[in-house]
Each structure stands twice: as C-alpha cells, then as structure tokens.
Write a protein that binds this ligand. Structure first.
Ligand code: F6R
Length: 606
C-alpha cells in the first residue's frame, strides 16, 4: 500500500529518502517517486515499478536539496505508471498522499473551471491544485487549513513548498502518519518502521491533526488550527534490524520463526510458577461482559473465526464474528455488555480502524489484538493484547496468524476460568498442554519434502478446494487464502459439511482438494465428506495428525501427518503444511513471494 517519507535536514536528502522508501517496499506498491527543493525549484522524479528503477535514474543520482518527500504508490485512481506516481506537483507545491479523496471528481471540475490543468488520473492531484489556488490569496498555513476542510475521504499527506524551503507539512485524516526527530533534521513517515533506521524518537498524528516540520523543530496543530503538544515516544530496538538472514524470502523465515512466536506469546502471558494466565490491567469486570464480537480483515478475520470456536467451547459467552468492511456500514444494536475485539497484525488496516472508531463513538468496550503496539488500532483501543511476533515483512501473514490465534486462545482460557465456565483442573491441564506447542510446531515444520512435490499438482490445476469442519474450518479458509494470494491459483475454503449444498458441483476428475481431518471430535464426519469428494474424482490431500489408527478410507491421493496434540491445539499444527504448500507453489512458479501482485502489507485504504 502507499507509503510516505519526508525529510527536512541540513544535508542532502535524496539518497536517504530512497533508502527509506526501500523500507516501505514490504507494504506492496507499483510505482515510486521523489521531490526535493533546490535552487528555488521543485525537482520531481517518478518511475513505474520498484524503487530500484527510481534509484537508477540519473536525475535522482544527481538530485540536490535538503528538504524532500518520497512515495511508493499502490494504485487506486488511475493505472500504475510514472505519471500517476506521486509526488504530484505544481510550480509552487509538491504533495505525496496515502488514502482516497472521495470528492475528487467534484473538486477537479471546480479547479478546471478556474483554469487548472491536470496531468494525472489521480485523486491526489486535486490537493496540489487546491493548495496552489489558495496560495494566491493566503499564507501557507491558511492554504493548508482551507484545503483540508474541502477534502472528503481519507488522507495522510506530506507537502513541500517552493517559496518555503525550510518547511514541510504533514496532515492526517484516516490514514496513519508519524513524525520522527533526529539531530539537525526531522522526518515524516507513513509508519514508524520506515523511520526506525533514522530515529527511535517518534510522535503520531491523530485524526484531523497537521504539523509543520522544520529542521530543528516540529509544531503540531489540531483540526481547528490550535497549537497542541505531542508526546515523544521512544521505540524499542527489538525489531530494528530485521532481515532475511540465510532465507530466500521473508515468508520462509517467518514460517520457520513460528515456534519462537509461540514461545514469546506463552512466556508473556503464562505465569508458570503460579500456574495462571496474566492479563494485567484488564479494565472491565468479567461480570460486565456477556458477549464478544471479534472483528478483522483477511487472515485476521480467520483468526477471529478460529477464536469463536474456542470462546464457545471454553466460555458461555455469546460470540460473533464480523468482517470489518461489512461491520462498519451496517446498522448495529450496540450492547453495553459486549466486548468488541479488533484483530490486526499491522494495527493500521483502514476498515478495522473504522470499525473500532464506530464502536468507540458508541461508547463500547474496545480491545485489540495487534502486533504493532505503536499502531493506530492499538493506541485507540481501551485495552491491548499484543501478539509479540516481531516484524512481519512478507505480505502474506504467517507468524502473525499463529500469534493472533495463540493470544485469542489464551484469552478464551482466562475468561473461561474467571467466569467459572471451566473447572480449574481443566484450565490447568490446557495450560500445561500449551507449553509443548512451540516444540510440536517445530517438529511439524520438518515436513518440507513431501509438500514440495505435492505443490506441482496445485499449480497445474484450474482450481482447488480446502475443506474442514469445526476447528479446522477457519484453517481451511486460511489455507485457501494463502494459496490464492501467493500462487494465484483459484482456491476455495469451505466447511466440509456444506459441500452437498452446492460446491460439490465443482468437483471433477483430478481436482486437488485439501481435506483437514485431524483426529478430533469432527473426524468421522469429515472423513465421510472426504469420501464424497473422492467418489467424484477429487485428488485428495488429507492432512491429519499422527495416530496409531489407520485412516479408514481408500483412494486418498496423499496424506500429510502433523504432530498430535489436544484437540484445541491441532489448528496451530494444521496451519503449517498449508503455509508451506502456498510457499512452494509460488516458489516453483517464480512469483514474487514476499510481494504478491496487487497486494499490500498494510491496507490503509478501505
Ligand atoms: C493475508 C493477509 C491479509 C491481512 C489483512 C489484514 O495473508 O495478510 O489478509 O490479514 O489485510 O491485515 P491486518 O492484520 O494488518 O489488519
């Protein structure tokens, strides 16, 4: 997704902007650009494709200027090409923008009527012309204030001005924006990760705020233009140096890091000496919560679905799950005794944030399960349960998924105990079982060879299906999502029991179907469903757990066995072969595994 960098310094900035843009590459983008001020002029260079293309441009290599802005663009309005890439500039002003200006068509009409000429197909260009128009009669600050008032939709902006060589403006509504502080220079960034290589001192803009960034000073203003003070936060150094190591891709590394993710989560929340779960400073009485609503997007939504099974099994709470982009526009009966839980790796997903905002405005109890604790969702939730999985760079979420479901499982266990929905003995047994989970995942990770061979069949197929029942159903959805996003193979996740109600018509001779049938309480039912697809010609890859009992079915194409564990923990283990299947499929096709086409790591537009 789009990313912003801005630097106001006393030394040349172009090469630092380029290296910071590279830090934003993980977000997924299709073009890049940079603008600096030198000799009283705005210099702008843009290119389609990777930041490398931009860097190779001679104009960038010789670019002067001690103030500048850079951008990686993920196309929303207008095709990905160098004209639509940001920055967009007039003679007086240059702008980079994340987000969407919803009333750009009307604004453009108005500006064209005033004689403004547009070069691109983007919504962003209206911002450039509006500021330019206002600058005819106003000073810089008033031009910005007036422009921001006219914009509908979401934005994070970085702006520089020809006539103001020592001043950069940042503004935020809906899309996140951070300010960084360095010696003799200050920065603007769409996330703190991009700024981490330059500084660990950060402030975040809240919705409606804007800031003036000078070399030696930053001023913040609220929506009404009133000066405000901001806290300067010190970032932790834990994930400052995250790299691929000896792995070919971040995704491969992140899959292998999952035992560590689980160990970190367990160490953080489980108190071994007191045999308890520590959830500090929980702000509500458990009696005041009678239902739970879990909300997320994509993989995080699958974590929510997974958690529903555990919450229903371990507590007597009412549990509902929603996709954030659907939740935010529906009519809700908000209930005082519902706890709203927002799940997000990045903590910046626009739809999830909007759902959180809606709940807050309606006075609801809000809690988030996030990886990035400095993120907007974490900062604006009343209570945060961090997942502690470290930086995740691969666009396809892997370790964050296991981190999310671990924390949700731990939370369900704790609420079950506090509400007296489960016996203390059961609680202690499950807590004890959980301790062996990192090791079980570590052993399951060794199943590589077989999966590499199997992945060819999926690559060659027209489409594939992933089936599971109960605890395995959300994992089937997640497996299908991983395969489609990485190897661009059509993959459909389905509850196995639902096949007869329509999807069975898709099954034809040789179609690869993954059946998740661990030896849990759904096992026999799933095996029956598996036989139904085998009878119609499907090539079934059965994923189950190790057992002394043979699987009673004929004509299974391939079987993969994960380690055995108590029923609650099997979903963690089933996830591993599915992640690897998607990884090897994409690897064989030579696709860009860490940055699949059309996708972004942090989806900051709705
Ligand atoms: C898929 C994937 C996405 C994200 C979704 C939400 O592999 O990564 O589906 O899960 O965009 O992102 P977060 O968790 O950052 O809110």
């Amino acid at each position: 997704m789009c990313g912003i960098i801005g630097i106001n310094s006393n030394k040349p900035v172009s090469s630092t902007i380029i290296s910071s843009l590279k830090k934003l590459e993980y977000r997924g983008y299709d073009s890049a650009g940079i603008a600096t001020l030198s000799n009283g002029l705005i210099n702008e260079v843009k290119s389609e494709g990777r930041v490398d293309n931009l860097e190779k441009n001679n104009l960038v290599q010789n670019m002067e200027g001690t103030i500048g802005i850079g951008h990686v663009r993920w196309a929303t309005h207008g095709i990905p090409n160098s004209i639509n890439a940001h920055p967009h500039s007039s003679q007086n002003v240059s702008v980079v923008h994340n987000g969407i200006i919803e009333n750009s068509t009307i604004l453009k009409k108005f500006l064209v009527g005033k004689g403004h000429k547009f070069k691109s197909q983007t919504d962003t260009e209206v911002i450039v012309h509006l500021i330019t128009e206002h600058l005819k009669s106003e000073n810089v600050i008033n031009s910005i204030k007036k422009t921001l008032k006219l914009l509908h939709g979401s934005f994070a902006l970085g702006i520089i001005f020809k006539e103001q060589p020592d001043l950069m403006i940042g503004a935020r509504r809906g899309s996140p924006l951070a300010v960084g502080y360095g010696p003799g220079e200050n920065y603007l960034g769409s996330d703190s990760y991009a700024l981490k290589s330059m500084t660990n001192k950060i402030s975040y803009l809240n919705d409606g705020e804007f800031c003036i960034i000078k070399k030696d000073q930053v001023e913040f203003y609220d929506e009404d233009g009133k000066k405000i003070n901001k806290k300067v936060l010190e970032l932790t150094s834990e994930d400052q140096k995250y790299d691929k190591g000896d792995y070919k891709h971040f995704m491969a590394k992140e899959i292998e890091e999952q035992p560590l993710t689980l160990k970190n989560g367990i160490n953080e929340y489980i108190d071994n000496s007191n045999k308890n779960i520590n959830i500090y400073n929980f702000p509500w009485k458990v009696e005041d919560i009678t239902s739970i609503k879990l909300i997320g997007c994509g993989t995080a939504y699958h974590s929510c679905l997974m958690a529903k099974y555990w919450f229903e099994q371990l507590t007597s709470l009412d549990v509902n799950v929603d996709i954030a982009s659907e939740f935010r526009y529906r009519n809700h009966r908000f209930k005082e005794k519902t706890l709203y839980i927002f799940v997000s790796q990045s903590g910046e997903t626009a739809d999830t944030y909007a759902a959180l905002d809606l709940c807050k405005k309606n006075g609801m109890k809000t809690c988030s399960v996030v990886n990035i604790i400095e993120s907007s969702i974490a900062r604006d939730s009343e209570f945060v349960l961090p997942i502690h999985c470290g930086t995740e760079i691969g666009v396809a979420s892997t370790k964050a998924f296991l981190g999310q479901i671990l924390i949700l499982y731990i939370f369900a266990l704790k609420l079950g105990l506090l509400r007296k929905d489960i016996e203390n003995e059961v609680f202690l047994q499950k807590l004890n079982d959980l301790k062996s989970l990192p090791e079980l995942v570590e052993k399951t990770l060794k199943i590589d060879n077989k999966i590499q061979a199997i992945s060819n069949t999926f690559n060659e197929a027209k489409g594939s299906m992933f089936l599971g029942r109960g605890f395995s159903y959300p994992i089937a959805l997640e497996g299908a999502l991983k395969l489609k996003e990485l190897s661009y193979v059509h993959a459909e996740g389905y509850p196995a029991g639902e096949m007869k109600h329509g999807p069975l018509a898709l099954i034809e001779e040789g179609m690869p179907v993954v059946v998740l049938a661990p030896r849990d309480s759904y096992y026999k039912k799933t095996i029956s469903n598996m036989q139904e697809v085998i009878a119609r010609g499907a090539k079934v890859l059965l994923i189950t757990n190790k057992s002394k009992d043979e699987v009673l079915s004929e004509n299974i194409w391939e079987t993969i066995e994960v380690e055995s564990a108590n029923e609650d923990l099997l979903p963690f283990l089933l996830t591993i072969p599915l992640q690897k299947l998607a990884y090897y499929s994409a690897l064989k096709k030579g696709y860009d595994i860490d940055k699949p086409r059309n996708l972004a790591k942090s989806v900051t537009v709705e």
